[in-house]
Ligand binder design. Structure first.
Ligand SMILES: *Cc1c(COP(=O)(O)O)cnc(C)c1O
Length: 484
């Protein structure tokens, strides 16, 4: 596709600038010639060329609104458009973050309500809505854990992280100065209790646990895990990115978690991917409430305000009060579904994942053959050994069938992993069509492996050199002289 610079023709324009109603000023004289850089080399195109350019570009993209997007550990579900409409109401978008509290009572009330709603949904004492993403929530949670032990005067320098964990978990621990120690998974895909017993010393501040974990498996021994960690004075941190697997079924607070981050952009209706805005609220049990970041939204009588008056706080973790529009969307989603709707969403997410697991397990090796939660994880190592077709090839071939590839090569403990999260919003027809495509590719890997290895065959660009793309990204357009 040609770039705007390449279709540019001198003198074309897509804008009409109204006649000036102020006297003309020579900018060079007014601010000093040294600030002028010479002519800006901007493309000159008509409006219709501009519209076509961006529309064509957008049609080369893939999104949830276009097709099935089974990325695992990511919850790429369809998000009802009404939540976007509500977040776009002028009362939400038009308020300046520095407006006095008397003018922001409605928005403060919404934030206060969300703190309460999330607290009751997750069984925590209170929530902060400040963190801007899941990883940022983890960092906030670990900072609170650190401050908690500082206050107690305990020197604990380790954090335990299961080998199935998302990479952001060890990163958050390390950023706070902890040594991260890897905890093994058991043969059935959960925490290895004996290993936990041996690692859980008075040096350990916390265990960061994802439940259900990134294998999509619920931790059956969660109560034992909590008892071991708490028994040695440690805290249990919950990575709540997979909360769509248990809404209305169980609550992390009841399972023994002391602190948990959510990913509103995964579980609670914000379209994400490509680095869009996220939100990672953090919930805490009673023992950590004093350490929550400030400002906190508080209620005095009928009035809402932002309070900094918490002496043990870890301080501020973000400018202003979080990604407010994401919080509004989550609020709209929770309120429109209600308790029963959330429970049903969870049931459908789990049912859909198990449906795919059952349909595909004849054709794709299932390393942990148990009922899964919101996602299922297959291994492609036998296929790779027998046919030379690797998981990445299967993923690329799926593009030719019109699907976004699932998550691959994660979690790290499953060789050649293929991780599929269908989410609650997909119909049986969609799931069946996807499974048919996966089964067709599995057969093709035997009959015509080269075809799978050459995929994608139907896209404007084929197989890219992913290593070079990461090591030597070439993202600058260089003027070649054609065009203008
Ligand atoms: C997505 C995810 C994270 C990180 O969340 P971000 O919002 O991308 O920072 C952490 N843990 C798990 C299990 C996740 O799936």
């Amino acid at each position: 596709m040609e770039l705007l610079f390449e279709i540019s023709k001198p003198g074309r324009s897509g804008v009409q600038i109204p006649a000036s109603d102020v006297p003309a000023v020579n900018i060079g004289e007014a601010i000093g010639a040294k600030y002028l850089r010479g002519d800006l080399d901007l493309p000159e195109v008509a409006e219709i060329d501009l519209v076509r350019h961006y529309t064509n570009l957008s049609r080369r993209n893939f999104g949830v609104d276009l097709g099935f997007y089974p990325l695992g550990s990511c919850t790429m579900k369809y998000n009802p458009k009404i939540n976007e409409n509500i977040a776009a109401l002028p009362g939400f978008t038009g308020l300046h973050p520095l407006a006095p509290e008397v003018f922001s009572q409605g928005n403060l009330e919404l934030m206060y309500d969300m703190q309460k709603l999330l607290s009751s949904l997750f069984g925590m004492a209170d929530f902060t809505l400040q963190p801007a993403a899941g990883a940022h929530g983890e960092l906030t949670g670990v900072m609170m854990i650190k401050k908690y032990f500082e206050k107690l005067g305990h020197k604990r320098r380790q954090i335990l992280i299961p080998d199935a964990a998302h990479g952001t978990n060890p990163a958050s621990g390390a950023l706070c100065g902890f040594e991260t120690v890897t905890l093994r998974s058991s043969a059935e895909g959960g925490v290895d209790l004996a290993h936990l017993e041996s690692l859980m010393t008075e040096e350990v501040a916390a265990l960061m646990l994802t439940n259900p974990n990134t294998l999509g498996l619920f931790e059956r021994n969660i109560e034992k895990v909590a008892t071991i960690v708490h028994g040695r004075g440690g805290l249990l941190y919950g990575d709540g990115a997979n909360a769509n697997a248990y809404l209305g079924k169980t609550r992390p607070g009841d399972l023994g978690f002391d602190v948990i981050q959510l990913n509103l952009h995964k579980t609670f209706s914000t379209p994400h991917g490509g680095g869009g805005p996220g939100s990672g609220p953090v919930g805490v049990g009673k023992i950590l409430v004093d350490f929550l970041p400030v400002p906190r939204v508080v209620k005095n009588g009928a009035a809402y305000s932002l309070s900094e008056d918490f002496p043990d706080t870890i301080g501020r973790v973000r400018a202003f009060y979080g990604n407010f529009s994401v919080i509004v969307k989550a609020c709209a989603y929770i309120r429109s579904l209600g308790a029963q709707g959330l429970r049903r969403a969870t049931e459908m997410a789990v049912l859909n994942a198990n449906y795919i697991q059952e349909r595909l397990k004849e054709h794709f090796d299932l390393p942990y053959d148990r009922i899964c939660m919101h996602e299922c994880v297959f291994s492609g190592s036998r296929r790779a050994a027998e046919t030379g077709v690797h998981t990445t090839d299967v993923a690329k071939r799926l593009i030719d069938f019109g699907y976004h590839p699932p998550t691959i090569y994660f979690p790290l403990i499953v060789p050649e992993a293929i991780m599929i999260e269908p989410t609650e919003t997909e119909s049986k027809e969609t799931l069946d069509a996807f499974c048919d495509a996966m089964i067709a590719i599995a057969k093709e890997a035997k009959d015509n492996p080269q075809r799978v290895k050459d995929a994608p065959l139907s896209t404007p660009v084929g197989r890219l050199d992913e290593v070079m793309a990461a090591r030597k990204p070439d993202v600058c357009w260089k003027k070649t002289g054609n065009g203008r």
